[in-house]
Design a binder for this molecule. Sequence first.
Ligand SMILES: *[C@@H]1O[C@H](CO)[C@@H](O)[C@H](O)[C@H]1NC(C)=O
Ligand SMILES: *[C@@H]1O[C@H](CO)[C@@H](O)[C@H](O)[C@H]1NC(C)=O
Ligand SMILES: *[C@@H]1O[C@H](CO)[C@@H](O)[C@H](O)[C@H]1NC(C)=O
Ligand SMILES: *[C@@H]1O[C@H](CO)[C@@H](O)[C@H](O)[C@H]1NC(C)=O
Ligand SMILES: *[C@@H]1O[C@H](CO)[C@@H](O)[C@H](O)[C@H]1NC(C)=O
Ligand SMILES: *[C@@H]1O[C@H](CO)[C@@H](O)[C@H](O)[C@H]1NC(C)=O
Ligand SMILES: *[C@@H]1O[C@H](CO)[C@@H](O)[C@H](O)[C@H]1NC(C)=O
Ligand SMILES: *[C@@H]1O[C@H](CO)[C@@H](O)[C@H](O)[C@H]1NC(C)=O
Ligand SMILES: *[C@@H]1O[C@H](CO)[C@@H](O)[C@H](O)[C@H]1NC(C)=O
Ligand SMILES: *[C@@H]1O[C@H](CO)[C@@H](O)[C@H](O)[C@H]1NC(C)=O
Ligand SMILES: *[C@@H]1O[C@H](CO)[C@@H](O)[C@H](O)[C@H]1NC(C)=O
Ligand SMILES: *[C@@H]1O[C@H](CO)[C@@H](O)[C@H](O)[C@H]1NC(C)=O
Ligand SMILES: [Cu+2]
Length: 555
Amino acid sequence: MMELRVLVLMLVVAFLYPTCVESRVRNYKFSVVRKNTTALCASKPIIVVNGKFPGPTLYAREDDIVIVRVVNHVKDNVTIHWHGVRQLRTGWSDGPAYITQCPIQTGQSYIYNFTLTGQRGTLLWHAHINWQRATVHGAIVILPKRGVPYPFPKPDKEEIIIFGEWWKSDVEAVINQAMKLGQPPNVSDAHTINGLPGPAPNCSSQGYTLQVETGKTYLLRIVNAAVNEELFFKIAGHQLTIVEVDASYTKPFKTDTIFIGPGQTTNALLTADQKIGNYLIAISPFMDTIVAIDNQTAMGTLRYNGMLAVSSTTLTAMPPQNATPITTKFMDSLRSLNSKEYPANVPQTVDHSLMFAIGVAVNPCATCVNGSRVMADINNVSFVMPTTAILQAHYYNISGVYTDDFPANPPNPYNYTGTPPTSIQTNNGTKVYRLAYNSTVQLVLQGTSIIAPESHPTHLHGFNFYVVGKGLGNYDPKNDPKNFNLVDPVERNTISVPTAGWTAIRFRADNPGVWFMHCHLEVHTTWGLKMAFLVENGKGPNQSILPPPNDLPKC
Ligand SMILES: *[C@@H]1O[C@H](CO)[C@@H](O)[C@H](O)[C@H]1NC(C)=O
Ligand SMILES: *[C@@H]1O[C@H](CO)[C@@H](O)[C@H](O)[C@H]1NC(C)=O
Ligand SMILES: *[C@@H]1O[C@H](CO)[C@@H](O)[C@H](O)[C@H]1NC(C)=O
Ligand SMILES: *[C@@H]1O[C@H](CO)[C@@H](O)[C@H](O)[C@H]1NC(C)=O
Ligand SMILES: *[C@@H]1O[C@H](CO)[C@@H](O)[C@H](O)[C@H]1NC(C)=O
Ligand SMILES: *[C@@H]1O[C@H](CO)[C@@H](O)[C@H](O)[C@H]1NC(C)=O
Ligand SMILES: *[C@@H]1O[C@H](CO)[C@@H](O)[C@H](O)[C@H]1NC(C)=O
Ligand SMILES: *[C@@H]1O[C@H](CO)[C@@H](O)[C@H](O)[C@H]1NC(C)=O
Ligand SMILES: *[C@@H]1O[C@H](CO)[C@@H](O)[C@H](O)[C@H]1NC(C)=O
Ligand SMILES: *[C@@H]1O[C@H](CO)[C@@H](O)[C@H](O)[C@H]1NC(C)=O
Ligand SMILES: *[C@@H]1O[C@H](CO)[C@@H](O)[C@H](O)[C@H]1NC(C)=O
Ligand SMILES: *[C@@H]1O[C@H](CO)[C@@H](O)[C@H](O)[C@H]1NC(C)=O
Ligand SMILES: [Cu+2]
């Protein structure tokens, strides 16, 4: 009787609220705590959200309002970034410390409040202060609007797979030591798949297992939350069909290897279409130059139902560390879906044509080991973090926090991928580049070869961009634009700029606020490979940044 009444009530409610009323509020509470965790056969205290490593998955639908109350129970300052979420007019909820907000201090809380507009797929959230994101991260799943199907066959099941890097030492101790010495930080001791490294030297640690049923199809929502490494991902004996990256649908294509940089996400379909068995799942690092990296392969198992854990596992060879051709092939295969429902709105004209030279450099340092310290920069500016958040300074007209003279081009052009200039020192400053509302930007990210060229997975906050071109060596402004793809380039928020090469991106500055752009190798960010765009308010009614929330943390 009772049940019937509930059913009738539900039907009435469903009638009163037809499916076109979709907007919903998703409430989450994130408690930031320190917890002892074992990954490499030894217990160590790490900072995590809600006691979990990786942290909780945030589920929502396109058009939902997401409310996350973050409470800081640790001694360290905390902020959380919703990586890839556009944050239209809600820059206060973006998260990078001292760019859009002051940190949430011990005992304090802050409510992140944003709407998911025009995006669906997988993203990630992570801490955005110091190196805290090594352990403070998790997935964001944005489902399509209710009743809207995926533009690919509906999978039987979905699985979240998050990659990480694990240090035996405390991560802040690792980077602090490196900064003091002026040298590169210690590489991690292991990679992890959903928090598990699998067998490691002197440690038979547990590995991740994906249980599958013959004939079924799985949507793998893959997130690279590593700190300093771009990775290869493979499943022995199986092909993967890529359908989406960075919460943008792509034209489907098949591959046996995924290349994924820190901050990037990839959705891939996997069909359990092989002989019943155990198959190796593995991640290994990509490095095509002389920079030291953690070369451990993390291992897990794809297990068909009916198989025993003790049975033998079909192995696969991982690509060599320096397998540049595999990264090129993967990146060149990515194209926007560009369908009627999901068009690629590539800006066809350009208001600001920018070129940023990005790379590492060396500055004098009297107290460092060699009398010098490794630095990084964009257009010869090593970004200096302010002590007041730039967005506040912009909103409240506080002067002296930043200047808006970030150079549009390298101040002293040289052969970026050839012989370094005589002075490999950098300048510094807290400089932003100012953009009018709705202006269009073409930005060429030019890798440099000072000390060692390296690929830089570069992340832009507040926007998706289209990757219209890329190449090796120096960008040629006369001839390279002739080959730009202005029809169906991939749309993303983080792009790997090839070693000793360049990448051209385009975006429309339709989101007022202050938006960080930086290399997502945390070591390069720490060294100064970062800057911010300041996008002015528009004149229209919904073209200004919203007022800051009352609980916005203070510095
Ligand atoms: C974590 O483990 C260390 C040593 O392994 C111990 O000293 C410490 O009390 C533990 N902390 C917590 C919160 O359990
Ligand atoms: C979230 O932001 C909206 C729009 O500014 C506001 O109406 C709402 O009260 C906020 N919710 C919370 C919980 O802060
Ligand atoms: C970094 O590695 C060196 C050499 O192995 C070691 O002596 C040092 O303690 C490590 N630093 C940290 C913070 O773990
Ligand atoms: C510091 O000097 C040593 C010895 O000359 C050299 O091997 C090392 O590469 C130098 N390190 C840096 C970061 O310059
Ligand atoms: C493994 O253990 C052996 C013996 O205790 C030791 O010599 C070796 O250095 C250890 N290897 C690693 C990578 O920790
Ligand atoms: C990994 O790097 C270490 C230190 O550079 C080296 O000794 C080892 O041979 C490398 N292992 C592999 C599998 O490349
Ligand atoms: C900041 O300055 C602008 C332009 O002068 C003005 O419109 C705005 O009201 C000022 N904002 C605050 C919070 O004072
Ligand atoms: C720049 O350096 C590269 C690598 O050394 C060289 O191949 C190229 O010719 C140089 N370009 C110019 C314009 O000098
Ligand atoms: C970068 O700035 C430093 C310090 O002002 C200067 O010495 C150096 O020549 C500049 N380098 C380039 C490539 O602009
Ligand atoms: C910025 O550059 C100046 C001049 O070289 C130097 O004194 C200062 O220490 C630098 N600041 C930072 C934060 O690196
Ligand atoms: C932005 O500019 C484009 C092209 O000039 C125009 O079509 C569009 O309406 C503008 N959008 C807004 C919100 O002003
Ligand atoms: C935390 O942030 C506040 C505000 O910026 C700052 O004053 C304080 O020094 C920071 N604390 C730590 C431990 O970094
Ligand atoms: Cu980098």
